[in-house]
Design a protein around this ligand. Structure first.
Ligand SMILES: [Zn+2]
Length: 347
């Protein structure tokens, strides 16, 4: 049984391919983070290697080991954790040539225990140029019984030459009320909390469920929102100090900083929605009072400009620009609020 919530089209397509033995050797799963791309790829790997009558059964040894990442014929490849890359020539922010070469070596031999070798590459937008070239060769002349699944939340940043060699499959967010319903009915979440999680997840059930099991996710969000509110009426020194703090964090874990900027972008988008009299569409529904007050402090143009500043900063950070410089510019671009805004926490 496929364990995907709310992706009936994608599942039906893959089921049919597995049943008819017509699985393309290269696939690209596209969709926002937390939507379930990795789960679907692992599900497909199970379906390809499960021996039950109805695959994937989820119970047999193959299915269980694939989910636990201990099955010899299924590998998940992603950017190495900081400090573990063996390649000095390439930044550790990329999937490197060595990783692709290792994959090619494995792909050139028949499956050890299963029917297919499946390589799942998480972050198709993150290849070094050389690694992408190596991968292209494999995609052009795929070894038999090998399926390569690329995953991306940022399709615009994936090389067109890679996209053109893959069968593309898009995963769509669920409607917010459907997400809430699943959280309430299937996971016993109290309705008000479910409503907030559904809204913050923007219909990515995987994100909502990880927030259910990890309280820190929501705590971090609350802290970030308190900081944003404070910064809107802070002086230059404080803004630069915060930029420095983020830049130091960036050298340790760039994903944390990207997550903060993503939250911030969501916040400013909410302000823009309020300006456009569309407050029913805001994401941060539990912060409506503060958002309404802040929206009064800025013009629509200031909000639009700052949204573009955040987008530019995120792009530059992904392109390895000087993090401190990028973040300082972002902080100093913060528009001045017309009246001081006080948050519920007394800032
Ligand atoms: Zn099975």
């Amino acid at each position: 049984m496929w364990h995907m919530i709310g992706q009936p089209k994608a599942v039906a397509l893959l089921e049919n391919e597995v049943a008819t033995g017509q699985v393309p050797h290269a696939k690209l799963f596209v969709g926002p983070s937390g939507i379930g791309k990795l789960s679907l790829a692992l599900n497909l790997a199970q379906a390809l290697n499960c021996n039950a009558k109805e695959t994937p059964c989820g119970r047999c040894s193959s299915c269980q080991r694939i989910m636990a990442n201990t099955y010899a014929d299924v590998q998940v490849i992603k950017i190495p954790e900081t400090g573990t890359s063996r390649e000095q020539r390439e930044p550790k922010t990329k999937i490197g040539t060595r990783q692709i070469e290792d994959m090619q070596k494995l792909a050139s031999t028949p499956p050890y225990e299963g029917k297919y070798k499946v390589f799942i590459i998480d972050g198709a937008e993150q290849f070094s140029a050389e690694a992408a070239n190596h991968l292209l060769k494999t995609l052009e002349e795929p070894p038999p019984r090998v399926v390569i699944i690329l995953l991306t939340a940022k399709e615009k940043e994936v090389l067109p030459t890679l996209i053109s060699r893959c069968q593309r499959l898009e995963l769509y967010p669920l409607p917010i009320d459907k997400t809430k319903e699943i959280l309430v009915k299937q996971h016993n979440i109290q309705p008000q909390r479910a409503g907030l999680l559904a809204s913050l997840s923007r219909g990515c059930i995987g994100w909502a469920l990880s927030a259910v099991s990890d309280d820190k996710l929501l705590q971090k969000r609350t802290q970030a929102i308190e900081t944003f509110t404070e910064l809107t009426h802070s002086n230059r020194e404080r803004l630069l100090a915060y930029a420095g703090q983020l830049a130091r964090e960036f050298t340790k874990n760039r994903m944390t900083v990207d997550a903060v900027l993503s939250l911030w972008l969501g916040w400013w988008r909410d302000l823009l929605l309020i300006k456009g009299n569309r407050k029913t569409l805001i994401t941060n529904i539990d912060q409506e009072t503060i958002l309404l007050r802040q929206a009064e402090s800025y013009t629509t143009k200031q909000i639009g400009d700052y949204i573009r500043s955040i987008q530019t900063a995120r792009r530059q950070l992904r392109q390895n620009a000087n993090a401190r410089l990028v973040l300082e510019v972002l902080m100093l671009n913060l528009p001045t609020a017309r009246t001081p805004v006080k948050s519920q926490n007394g800032y």
